[in-house]
Design a protein around this ligand. Structure first.
Ligand code: GLU
Length: 424
């Protein structure tokens, strides 16, 4: 059997192929030369599997889709607080290249519009020998799993015509948000926008964010979970230019678009998605890209606000072996499931019977899940029970176990049971 996922992606592309609406970005001369018929789609799961259709190996410039990643790298470099002092997190409702500042704080409203992105660029790591744009290129190459390049032609073409971005740079320098030479920073920002990617690269990069900052292929944590959360939140509220509200309601996936025609979406704990089709709508978003995302979101139930229904079966089974009571847990232990588990455990009568909580079939324990689990353990002990948490797969992290080591065992359940039921 062959998985139908690639066929489905092809089907979505074919359905949108006929839509010829929109215009090529013409304020960057080189982009006005793009082939308007290009159409590509890629989807990467959080375990790193990539499905693609159409012109999935065609490179195009990342443009504004570099902004969330520059934001992530700036936070990683300086910490969130320092970045927040320079760039806010409020949707602007204005065009992406508006020459404006937040009225109250006199800083750019958010990092997804140009004023915020130029400021964010100034916060990227920098060495005399390694430019800020080069740092970002290396960071994205690591996430994409291949060496990405700059498109020197697009870069030169934009530099030659970047009057508006220079005005923004000088405005930022005037008010003191930038303290370096605005020419240098704007030049670097334009270079950052000229990194070449394919939809496969973007989907892969997006999937690392969807996976909470861990690259599933290498097992390496590339970004702290809190940074990923910050970036996705800002993408959700500000990522689609002044069409953010439309996007949130109709697609509901944190996303960022770029004027070369790319849109990248990150659905936490599920997938990274990228599309490419160069003709843009009046907001600057790819026309067919938006249509494809709307279809995917609807067909595959990807809208963030649909939420994930909690596993109703956190307790897979409860049974008694000898004098031991075994609770076999299954699924993901977050707040909702933990609440359910504790509600079930509260029906356990007081007594001395050993209770074994078997975590072998859990796939993930969120920190709140671990805290609530151990609180339940404590309360059952106070009722007189002997408690063991059976963590054969070592799903609990060291931090989660801290202070509770004595009640956690990592032998298989059968062995733990045998130790209780063996006759003296
Ligand atoms: N380099 C482009 C600019 O700053 C990126 C804009 C975009 O993709 O929205 O104008």
């Amino acid at each position: 059997m062959k998985t139908p996922v690639p066929d489905y992606l092809q089907h979505v592309l074919s359905a949108c192929d006929a839509n010829q609406k929109g215009q090529l970005a013409n304020y960057i001369p080189e982009l006005a030369q793009a082939n308007p018929n290009r159409l590509a789609l890629a989807l990467a799961t959080i375990d790193g599997t990539i499905y693609a259709a159409g012109d999935a190996d065609v490179e195009f410039t990342i443009q504004s889709m570099s902004k969330p990643f520059a934001y992530a790298l700036a936070i990683q470099t300086h910490g969130l607080q320092a970045v927040l002092e320079k760039v806010g997190v409020e949707p602007s409702g204005e065009a992406f290249n508006q020459i404006s500042l937040d009225a109250e704080h006199a800083i750019p409203k958010n990092p997804m519009i140009n004023s915020g992105a130029i400021t964010t660029h100034s916060l990227l790591p920098y060495k005399k020998t390694v430019s800020r744009a080069e740092h970002l290129r290396r960071f994205l190459s690591e996430l994409a799993g291949r060496e990405l390049k700059f498109d020197e032609q697009v870069y030169a073409s934009e530099v030659a015509t970047a009057f508006r971005n220079r005005s923004i740079g000088y405005m930022l320098r005037t008010v003191g948000v930038l303290d370096q030479d605005p020419e240098d920073i704007v030049d670097g920002y334009i270079r950052q926008c000229a990194i070449l990617v394919t939809v496969k690269d973007l989907a892969r990069i997006a999937s690392v964010f969807a996976n909470g900052g861990v690259d599933a292929r290498t097992g390496k944590r590339v970004l702290e979970r809190s940074i990923v959360r910050q970036v996705l939140s800002v993408m959700m509220s500000c990522g689609m230019y002044d069409a953010a509200g439309d996007w949130l309601t109709s697609v509901g996936i944190p996303a960022k678009s770029g004027v070369a025609g790319g849109i990248l979406g990150i659905l936490p704990a599920q997938v990274g998605i990228a599309v490419f089709s160069p003709k843009l709508d009046t907001h600057g978003n790819s026309v067919r890209g938006v249509e494809i995302f709307e279809r995917l979101s609807q067909d595959m139930g990807l809208h963030l606000m649909e939420g994930t229904p909690s596993a109703q079966t956190i307790v897979q089974s409860r049974y008694v072996v000898g004098e031991c009571i075994v609770y076999e847990l299954r699924g993901v232990l977050q707040f909702t499931e933990s609440e359910m588990l504790l509600r079930i455990l509260q029906d356990e009568a007081k007594g001395k019977a050993p209770i074994l909580l078997d975590l072998t079939h859990l796939t993930l324990i969120h920190d709140v899940g671990a805290r609530m689990l151990f609180e339940g353990v404590k309360r059952l002990k106070e009722d007189g029970h002997v408690l063991k948490v059976v963590d054969t797969e070592r799903i609990l992290s060291d931090v989660q176990i801290k202070g509770h080591k004595r009640c956690v065992v990592d032998q298989p359940l059968a062995q733990v049971l045998a130790s209780y039921t063996a006759s003296p």
